[in-house]
Design a protein around this ligand. Structure first.
Ligand SMILES: *Cc1c(COP(=O)(O)O)cnc(C)c1O
Length: 381
């Protein structure tokens, strides 16, 4: 039986995208490895060639659609297209929608590869304007725009904008709106319910949560927009492997457990370290005194697992990272194993040298807090 919109997030996570029960078949059918499918006569039917469609994607796309857009559309389920990575999904939206002469508005504090996308758009004759996420500053750039790109909470700064307000203004100005929902996951925020035309995400992070696959997706309630994104996937062939798609679907079953556990631990960690003498500018959107909290608490249902803060300098940040026992020094976020990194080592984000992006995993929160406080003390002494 399909899940109902009245079911809770745990129920919806474990059952998302499952096909109807068939006697003697598995609950979630295994990955289908196929470059081509039997195709007698005219090329009709859902599965013909492996770059265009695959039954393992179909199950995963249904699952993500049920989580991103409960209730679907008046005509049926929402439209989700899975991709090889988050960047494949982001590029698919921007490069399928924007044409030479159009204007696109991006955040200036978004994911570190967005400036590369900007260069590509400009090389194709698309004008790009940027503004910060905080304070809904993108509002001032909307006149004449074709598409507004929102990232909220922003990565790695954790600023939040009022998505509904920006969507209303963008639509008024005739612009489409896409929201990068990577950090929140569909259990933390549902951009399509806030009016956005596309919810786009990297499934590499919290959605799948084990740090072992790359994946991306785009969900829309608009069939024509979705078809142009799907066409773009066919053109560039940025498809996920069936094994990755199946692993992602398997991981979705624990999304609510992970999001609740990791979010609660992130709040506990933020609370425990915010007054440590060497910690400044600590950010977590779920912390009531955080600048993002007022807007976040209106539009988000969970605040994610990323906490950011600044240590006095590069050397102190490196001592802190080296002193952690339970936390891997690694990029990315959202996994069940805590990771942290000195974000300035990449050179792409406008952050201080001592800036730490910390992704809280599923360890026992007390173990983690003891470890982090001990490493902070050691780094500052
Ligand atoms: C990681 C990330 C991406 C890119 O996703 P990949 O799967 O690494 O291609 C895009 N947006 C945000 C906010 C991210 O954190």
């Amino acid at each position: 039986m399909p899940i109902s919109d009245e079911d809770g997030d745990g129920t919806r996570s474990v059952r998302a995208g499952l096909p109807d029960a068939v006697a003697y078949e598995p609950t979630l059918p295994g990955p289908v490895f196929a470059a081509h499918f039997h195709l007698p006569g005219e090329p009709t039917g859902p599965y013909a060639y492996g770059r265009d469609d695959n039954p393992t994607w179909t199950h995963l796309e249904r699952a993500i659609g049920e989580l991103e857009a409960p209730g679907g559309t008046p005509d049926g389920p929402p439209h989700t297209t899975v991709f090889a990575s988050g960047m494949a999904a982001i590029s698919a939206v921007l490069l399928s929608q924007a044409k030479a002469g159009d204007t696109v508005v991006l955040p200036d504090d978004g994911y570190q590869a967005l400036p590369l996308v900007r260069e590509q758009l400009e090389a194709y004759g698309v004008a790009v304007r940027t503004a910060p996420t905080a304070g809904d500053a993108q509002l001032a750039e909307l006149a004449g725009a074709k598409l507004l790109w929102i990232e909220s909470p922003s990565n790695p700064g954790l600023d939040v904008c009022d998505i509904r307000r920006l969507v209303d203004a963008a639509h008024e100005a005739g612009a489409l709106v896409a929201v990068d929902n990577t950090l929140a996951t569909p259990l933390g925020q549902r951009p399509l319910d806030l009016g956005a035309d596309f919810s786009v995400a990297s499934g590499t992070k919290g959605l799948t949560g084990h740090g072992d696959i790359l994946l991306g997706y785009v969900t829309s309630r608009n069939a024509d927009l979705a078809a142009s994104v799907r066409r773009w996937r066919k053109v560039v062939g940025a498809i996920p492997g069936p094994m990755e798609a199946w692993l992602a679907h398997r991981s979705l079953a624990t999304l609510q457990l992970r999001a609740d556990r990791q979010g609660a631990s992130a709040l506990a960690l933020a609370t425990a370290i915010r007054s440590h003498p060497c910690v400044t500018d600590l950010r977590y959107p779920g912390l009531p005194e955080d600048p993002s909290y007022a807007v976040a608490s209106r539009q988000m249902r969970r605040y994610g697992c990323v906490v950011s803060f600044t240590l006095p300098d590069k050397a102190c940040a490196e001592r802190f990272l080296a002193g952690l026992r339970l936390v891997d020094d690694a990029t990315s976020f959202g996994g069940v194993r805590s990771t942290a990194e000195r974000r300035g080592r990449w050179g792409g984000d406008a952050v201080p040298e001592g800036f730490i992006r910390f992704s809280v995993g599923a360890e026992d929160p007390d173990d983690l807090i003891v470890d982090v406080l001990r490493a902070l003390d050691a780094a500052s002494s």
